[in-house]
Design a protein around this ligand. Sequence first.
Ligand SMILES: Nc1ncnc2c1ncn2[C@@H]1O[C@H](COP(=O)(O)OP(=O)(O)OP(=O)(O)O)[C@@H](O)[C@H]1O
Ligand SMILES: [Mg+2]
Length: 234
Amino acid sequence: MLSVTRLNVHYGKIHAVRDASFRVGKGEIVSIVGANGAGKSTIMWTLAGVLKPSSGEILFDGKPLPGKPHEIVRSGLALVPERRRLFAELTVQENLIMGAYLRHDKAIEEDLEKNFALFPILKQRLKQYAGTLSGGEQQMLAIARAMMSSPRMILFDEPSLGLAPIVVDTLMETILQLRENGMTVLLVEQNAGRALEISDRAYVLDVGHIAKEGPGKALLDDPEVRRAYLGELA
Ligand SMILES: Nc1ncnc2c1ncn2[C@@H]1O[C@H](COP(=O)(O)OP(=O)(O)OP(=O)(O)O)[C@@H](O)[C@H]1O
Ligand SMILES: [Mg+2]
C-alpha cells in the first residue's frame, strides 16, 4: 500500500534520513523503531507532506503520493503526530470535527459513532477542553481525530510517549483493533519492545538509515536489537 524507496530528507545541511527504503502492505502493522534523533518523526512529517524529501520515491497505492498535506489526507493517509498536537483550547467535539474538515460526504455522524464505540470515554467528554484531558485520553482523542478523515492508512508517531504502562497496553490493543477493522498501520516508536510485539514487520532506523528489517517477533529476539533498543546488558 505504501512503498518508500531511497528516501533522503535534509534540514539545511543536516542529512536526517539517508536512503531509507521500506514498505507497508495492506492490512499490516509495520513499525520503525529507533533512538532519539534517528529520523522517525522526519519520516512521518515527510509522509504527511509537511517536509519535502531531497530525493526518493513515495508511492501510495502504486501512485506517487500527492504533494500537499491536505491532498495526502484526502487520498486516505492520516497522521497521529508525536505529542498529539491537539487543539487544547477546543473541546473534544470540536477537535473531532476538525479531523473531518476535508470531508463533504454524509458519513461523518456514522464515523463519530464508530469512534465512540472504540473510545467510549470521548462521548462522555464531548464538551471538555482537550487540554484538560489526561494523557491517555488525549492520545485517544488524537487517534479519533485522525480517524475522522476516514483514512485507509494511519501513521502513528510515538503514541506511547508519556503514558503509563497500563495505558500503553490499552493503546496497543486499540491499534490491533484498528487493524482488525481493516486499517493499515505504520507505527514509529522509541518504545521498541511494545511496538515490535504488535508488528507484523519492522525496521530499525539508525541515524537516518535502515539498519535491519524483519518480522516484529524476530527483531524482538535479536540480541543486537535487545542491547541497543531494549536496554539489555551485553
Ligand atoms: N527543524 C529541524 N531543523 C534542523 N534539524 C532538525 C529539525 N528537526 C529535526 N532535526 C534533526 O533531524 C534528526 C532527526 O530528528 P527526528 O525528530 O526525525 O528524530 P526522531 O527519531 O523522531 O527522534 P525522537 O525519538 O526524539 O522523537 C535529529 O538529528 C534532529 O536534530
Ligand atoms: Mg520523533
